[in-house]
Design a protein around this ligand. Structure first.
Ligand SMILES: Nc1nc2c(ncn2[C@@H]2O[C@H](COP(=O)(O)OP(=O)(O)O)[C@@H](O)[C@H]2O)c(=O)[nH]1
Ligand SMILES: [Mg+2]
Length: 498
């Protein structure tokens, strides 16, 4: 994605840092915009979703800011947000210092090839900014470090100046050449407007009237209008935060992870990737054939890592499709405990299936036909079910209703749901009920926050807090009990280990 960047085009700036280290407050102080939009984000003061705000420096340079959540449960959201950025603003709290997600977010940025950035020592009005700055300097040598306080509004001018210097000479990662590639992070509907999707445009441009294809499912749509940071534009250019009003697809059919592209783009979903991988220092070594999570763009898929005969190069056998091009960056995360262990660069997005190298592993025959014609691990019906679950969000329909919607028998749908669960694309929460993992993680975080606030949760309090029905509240609580996050005592569910 290297290439020319015009100075008048905005660069994308991503926040990074541990939870409660003042990222959202700082972006609010800099831009006047509270990027925590959800009511529960505001009431609890925790970022769950990605937030966006435009920022213009005194020099006139413009940034598109992506504010990421710091919670360890939402690193996948952080990865999705960081995948389109040019430089970062790492926040380290003066009263807390470098913490696990400071390190993990830095690893993600390093593996994405994002090297330019500034460190803000936040909450400089409390704690010990000098100590935190020392820790930050050790972790991130060579970066400018600026103590700031969002509350007292000190250090903000110095921070803006440092950001200006960090951006100096920076080439935007996004490329005006190449096919239009918009990696979606959201899909929703607006009254009187219809389907709206948002994302960061990695390359190409998209304008009103364009025909587009949404991958991996290949849905066709037309662009009715385009906005960049809430301003209507004729065409959006690479590198920008883009909202598209699409005609011809329902918002429920689309969501985070999908890629909007031009019909002539040489882009197609793949279940096999050859990649050059590098692992973080101290990461537990991966066994050949070991299972990991691969993140690309705003999408992720479980995969097995099969080493190839070139050192550092491996074939990734994906259990769900990704939509990469050669040269794109990937993030590798461990499944359990979830942790960022490395990353890589795509060498071949549609390789043949290579033989495994382990001497005692049975060699797999080379397929005569292209790989995509092999029975893929997740078929169209499974992807359709995953898409329905994602769009159902916090109140998914039952397994039986899913079966009916996609025209499968209950048994066939159950088989797809098991494969989706194995691929991390669905979570069984109750008999006859699955969730997409993203809304489920959000709901779990909210129930945990409720338990922290009230000491315990009941079906009624979860129902009221989440504004959901008794059925979902009960399923969630029983799921959390089963996951050993909470323990049931009478009608109350309390957090374990507290
Ligand atoms: N004293 C002080 N508190 C701050 C400052 N910035 C943020 N906070 C508080 O720290 C908490 C976490 O801030 P937030 O921006 O939500 O952190 P995030 O999770 O990194 O986005 C909130 O209670 C803020 O009010 C600051 O500059 N000074
Ligand atoms: Mg936040």
């Amino acid at each position: 994605m290297a290439t020319s960047h015009r100075r008048d085009q905005p660069l994308t700036l991503g926040t990074a840092g541990h939870i409660d280290h003042g990222k959202t407050a700082l972006i609010n102080a800099l831009t006047g915009k509270n990027t925590d939009r959800l009511p529960e984000e505001r009431s609890r003061g925790i970022s769950i979703e990605l937030g966006y705000a435009p920022l213009t420096l005194p020099s006139g340079r413009r940034f598109s800011v992506v504010d990421v959540p710091g919670h360890e449960r939402f690193v996948r959201t952080m990865v999705a947000g960081a995948s389109g950025i040019d430089l970062f603003l790492m926040c380290v709290a003066a009263d807390d210092g470098v913490m696990p997600q400071s390190r993990e977010h830095l690893a993600v940025l390093r593996q994405l090839g994002v090297r330019a950035g500034v460190v803000a020592i936040t909450k400089a009005d409390v704690g010990e900014p000098e100590l935190a700055a020392e820790e930050a300097a050790e972790l991130m040598p060579g970066l400018e470090i600026v103590p700031v306080s969002a509350v007292q509004r000190t250090g903000l001018d110095e921070l803006l100046a440092a950001l200006d210097r960090a951006a100096e000479g920076l080439t935007g990662r996004a490329s005006g050449d190449g096919p239009a590639r918009l990696h979606l992070d959201r899909s929703f509907t607006l009254k009187g407007i219809g389907t709206v999707v948002t994302g960061t445009l990695w390359s190409g441009s998209i304008g009103a009237g364009d025909s587009v294809v949404v991958l991996p499912r290949g849905l066709e749509a037309r662009v009715r209008s385009v906005q960049v940071h809430d301003q209507p534009v004729e065409r959006a250019e690479a590198g920008q935060r883009v909202a598209l009003n699409l005609v011809g697809v329902g918002w429920r059919e689309l969501g985070r992870g999908d890629v909007v592209t031009s019909p002539d783009a040489a882009l197609s979903p793949t279940y096999l990737i050859d990649a050059e991988l590098s692992f973080e220092q101290g990461a537990r070594p991966l066994k050949p054939g070991g299972r990991v999570h691969i993140h690309h763009g705003t999408r992720e898929a479980p995969a097995r890592v099969v080493p190839l005969d070139r050192p550092g190069v491996a074939q990734l056998r994906l259990e769900a499709p990704l939509v990469p091009l050669e040269g794109d960056r990937l993030i590798v995360r461990q499944l359990a405990p979830p942790d960022t262990i490395g990353g890589g660069v795509v060498i071949d997005a549609h390789p043949r299936k290579h033989r495994t190298l382990e001497p005692d592993a049975p060699a797999e025959p080379e397929p005569a036909s292209p790989v995509m014609e092999e029975a893929p691990p997740l078929d169209e019906a499974a992807l359709q079910i995953a898409s329905l679950l994602r769009s159902d969000g916090r109140e998914p329909r039952t397994d039986n209703e899913l079966a009916e919607e996609v025209g499968l028998s209950v048994r066939e749908a159950g088989d797809r749901l098991r494969r989706l669960a194995a691929a991390g694309q669905a979570v069984r929460v109750a008999r006859n009920l699955h969730f997409h993992p993203e809304p489920l993680a959000e709901l779990e975080a909210r129930v945990i926050a409720l338990c922290e606030r009230d000491g315990s949760a009941t079906i009624a309090s979860v129902r009221d807090e989440l504004g959901t029905s008794r059925k979902y509240a009960q399923a969630l609580l029983e799921h959390l009990d089963g996951e050993k996050v909470t323990r049931r005592v009478g009608d109350a569910h309390t957090l374990r280990g507290r």
